[in-house]
Design a binder for this molecule. Structure first.
Ligand code: ARG
Ligand code: ZN
Length: 879
């Protein structure tokens, strides 16, 4: 059993007592079972740290065999290794520390540190994996220059890679070879990486705007080179974009990217040696969807952008994770907005926030973007740190404007390049460069919870004055019973009765502001007065989602239809459609639970019909606007969640719309067939999205002709987007075609692991009865294994978001998840704790499910030997 988890606090941060400016590593990969790691560290006291004669290095599942200082072997009395630390007494001011240790890559099922995957050895060190390779001060404020020599069997592992530049390589006895890599940039240990494997290589180059040529290499599993080209092109686009948008150039001579099928994360920005989960790098039209192409493009860019925002300027400690992730996600969003539809990119980002981050922020794991405490940092790679972290950067961008923001980022690099800093460093730089006062804004980094804005208005006919009164509040979150008022940018416009927008003149401000303005909300309640407003307007609030908040305003259906039709802000056009549907869904859920009939008004069909009729202008936008709010987002609005009620009512709304708009959906299905060769560009993808959305609506009516259409689409599709859309539609249809389609799909793609993942997910997401048993059977299927995170996420991760079947009222879904999570916990605790998070919000559910979910958590908590990762989640959930 592991020692009970202890909490680490931000307020306890102390600079390290020692620094390690240089690391020389020799890693001898003797076999899959064992590697010999010899480290020589230049160590010296840190003048800024507390004076100490004892050096305590972190370690984890590393067997230390010998320790020497300045070439002198230490007697065992001078050093001592326990499960977590190597302690060395009476060390001098400055010395060379040599350690020799052994690690066991094949036994490393946690996939942190060095581990094996089908074609060789790979690594992942963020956040605390380096200590699983060699004893070290494994914290990001200890930055070192690394020289790494790898040894391995030449035939089995022809490719040897580490960070930086290849300095020398050669053969050695016994059919083995070696390679030495030198990274000229000091870096924190979490950016360390090595690879020794059999891989195919695709090569290209990028010419920077200052004229340097950078070698780009992509390494993929043998035979998969044709799936690497898209990502390689994306990398070049991202490099160019960062030069143009931010003036940032790649600083390396060589930039390598490796794909691996076993990986705990999506991808990792190791300096000069990015390692990617295959699912976020390999792409080909017949096996990847439009969504995959888009996600791959953005992730390649994300990891590249980290080279500046994360690697050149890094985090002082892990409480500052959002410093690099929030800023890098924001940059990734800007990139996606420039390359795809800006409006659709924004809509998708906000939908993600609402489905992932808002529930987290309202649950027992709620934490500020800069957490104040954690037990396991691996549990804090969260939607809050990433997505809300990006929203915070976006709000600063909105408050100071794009020019000042860019200046702020330039200043940030000027001041902090090469250093490990806190989130304050970023805020301060933007503040200094812009002259804005972000003092109150900093609270966003410290306060958890989703703020709510209550907006009320008044129009004075006599004076033509329009008044908006905005009151902010924020619910209590763990450890934060009361909240202070935040500085919130609220972008607004005012629509006249015919949909035309009024020119804005805010009282107390000299100049008119066009038809859109950003109000700065600072107090708990603020009143904003607009002058010369000719008629009572409909307010367009929080345009482009200007802050990660919930906005309450008593819109009636006429106002929402006006916004949906005419708002010049496309995000708020979409938002109006979501509100229109949401209001009716909430009424429907109340009716359903009270045993009343669930009905929908004509104006809903008319409003959605107009979107469909106007779709030609922007099919991608239309597809977003016609997508009803996700079940979890509806559930979030309820006092007490009844997932089945939410599902039934939402499904009823879908069939209502499918019936009323039957011909229009049918027309769209036919019209938006993409002719010619597949291309993942935004326009083609948008047409496919609308077409497949139309198919899904029509399939809910269950007509045999529609089913045949889906079968035909599945059989004739030349791209995975269309094939998978047809398969998903069939998977949700209780019809004879269903099983045939699912079985044939597996038979066809059983040798493509990434497509098998899509099949597992499609099975697990089905809303039909029998899904729990099916998922249970699939846990025993040869295609499934708990050892591979992608398989776990595909099957169990998808099942966990299945609102009907995971939440089956008899508890069978919960039992299945509990059993699997407990098995998984012994294999890969990081992934297991994510599965267990499916239970954390039990308190929000109706009594039957609440009790069942709580019992599941208690059962998990009682398991002897539970990992620290999972223990933190269940502990907080049950607290
Ligand atoms: N820094 C990586 C990224 O966001 C994520 C690493 C997550 N690590 C993990 N063990 N899950 O780009
Ligand atoms: Zn990242």
């Amino acid at each position: 059993m592991e020692a009970p988890a202890s909490t680490v606090y931000l307020k306890d941060y102390r600079p390290p007592s020692f620094l390690i400016p240089e690391v020389v590593l020799d890693i001898d990969l003797q076999s899959e079972d064992e590697a010999l790691v010899q480290a020589t560290l230049a160590v010296r006291r840190n003048p800024e740290g507390a004076a100490s004669g004892t050096l305590v290095l972190d370690l984890d599942e590393v067997a230390v065999e010998a320790v020497a200082i300045d070439g002198e072997p230490l007697v065992p009395a001078r050093w001592q290794a326990d499960a977590r630390h190597l302690t060395i007494r009476d060390v001098p001011e400055s010395f060379r520390l040599a350690t020799r240790s052994r690690i066991h890559p094949r036994r490393n099922t946690k996939l942190m540190g060095i581990y094996t995957s089908s074609t060789g050895f790979f690594s992942l060190c963020e956040a605390e994996g380096f200590r699983r390779i060699t004893p070290f001060l494994d914290r990001p404020d200890v930055m070192a220059r690394y020289t790494v020599t790898l040894h391995a069997d030449e035939e089995r592992y022809p490719v040897l890679l580490a960070n930086g530049n290849l300095e020398a390589q050669g053969a050695e006895g016994g059919g083995r070879h070696w390679a030495r890599w030198v990274d000229p940039f000091p870096k924190p240990s979490y950016l360390f990486a090595v690879v020794a494997a059999r891989l195919d290589r695709e090569q290209d180059s990028f010419r920077t705007r200052s004229g340097r040529s950078v070698l780009l290499q992509f390494f993929v599993e043998p035979g998969k080179l044709d799936q690497g080209r898209f990502a390689l092109d994306a990398l070049k686009q991202a490099m160019k974009w960062d030069e143009e948008r931010y003036g940032l150039e790649v600083d390396l001579d060589e930039y390598n990217v490796v794909a691996v099928g076993d990986f705990n994360a999506g991808a990792m920005e190791n300096k000069g040696l990015n390692i990617f989960n295959t699912k976020l790098v390999l792409a080909r039209a017949d096996i990847s969807t439009d969504g995959d192409f888009n996600f791959i493009d953005r992730t390649v860019a994300h990891e590249y952008f980290h080279n500046w925002t994360g690697n050149r300027v890094t985090c002082r400690d892990w409480f500052q994770l959002a410093l690099k992730e929030g800023l890098t996600v924001f940059r990734e969003q800007q990139y996606a907005g420039d390359r795809y539809s800006r409006a659709v990119a924004r809509i998708q980002a906000v939908r993600n926030l609402r489905t992932g981050q808002f529930p987290e922020d309202a649950g027992p794991m709620a934490h500020p973007v800069r957490p104040a405490a954690y037990q396991q940092v691996s549990n804090f790679y969260t939607a809050t740190v990433y997505q809300k972290g990006a929203e915070l950067v976006r709000m600063m961008h909105t408050l100071v404007g794009p020019e000042n923001f860019r200046k702020g980022i330039a200043l940030y690099f000027r001041l902090h390049d090469g250093h490990a800093v806190t989130t304050d460093a970023l805020v301060e730089a933007i503040e200094q460069a812009s002259g804005a006062d972000l003092g109150q804004f900093r609270l966003w980094y410290e306060q958890a919870g989703t703020p709510r804005l209550a907006v009320r208005d008044r129009y004075d006919e006599a004076t033509h004055t329009y008044e908006l009164t905005v009151t902010q509040s924020c619910p209590p979150t763990p450890g934060q019973p009361t909240k202070q008022a935040l500085h919130i940018p609220l972008a607004v416009g005012l629509l006249g009765p015919n949909g035309r927008e009024f020119a804005l003149r805010v009282e107390g401000e000299k100049n008119g502001r066009g038809t859109s303005t950003v109000l700065s909300l600072r107090g708990e309640t603020e009143v904003f007065r607009f002058l010369d407003v000719p008629a009572r307007p409909v307010p367009s609030l929080a345009r482009n989602f200007s802050a990660p908040v919930l906005v309450d305003y008593p819109y009636d259906e006429d106002a929402l239809q006006l916004l949906l039709g005419y708002d010049s802000d496309p995000f708020n056009r979409w938002e109006a459609g979501q509100r229109l549907a949401m209001d009716l869904l909430l009424v429907g859920v109340a009716d359903f639970r009270a045993g009343r009939p669930v009905q929908f008004p004509d104006y809903l069909a008319q409003a959605f019909g107009r979107v469909l009729a106007d779709a030609e202008q922007d099919p991608a936008f239309a597809a977003e606007a016609l997508s009803l709010p996700p079940e979890v987002v509806v559930a979030e609005q309820l006092q007490e969640i009844d997932p089945l009620a939410v599902h039934r009512v939402r499904f009823a709304m879908r069939t209502f719309l499918a019936e009323r708009l039957h011909d229009a959906f049918q027309g769209a299905y036919e019209r938006y067939e993409t002719p010619g060769a597949y291309s993942p560009d935004a326009v083609s993808a948008g047409r496919r999205a609308l077409r497949n959305l139309s198919l899904a609506f029509l399939m809910d009516l269950g007509a045999p002709t529609t089913r045949q259409r889906a079968v035909r689409q599945l059989e004739t599709a030349t791209n995975m987007t269309d094939a998978l859309a047809a398969l998903s539609a069939l998977a949700n249809c209780d019809c004879p075609e269903r099983r045939v389609a699912l079985d044939a799909f597996y038979a066809k793609w059983q040798d493509e692991p990434l497509v098998v993942d899509k099949w597992l997910a499609t099975e697990a997401l089905s809303r039909l009865p029998g899904t729990v048993e099916r998922v249970r059977d699939l846990t025993l299927h040869p295609a499934f294994t708990l050892q591979n995170p992608n398989k776990v996420y595909a099957l169990l991760g998808s099942f966990g978001v299945n609102q009907v079947n995971f939440h089956a009222a008899d508890g069978s879904g919960y039992r299945l998840m509990t059993e699997q999570a407990l098995l998984l916990d012994a294999v890969n605790p990081q992934v297991a704790s994510r599965m267990v998070r499916n239970f954390e919000r039990y308190g929000r559910f109706e009594p039957v499910r609440r009790d069942l979910m709580r019992a599941a958590l208690e059962q998990i908590a009682a398991k002897p030997g539970l990992s620290r990762e999972t223990a933190e989640v269940v502990g907080k959930a049950l607290a």
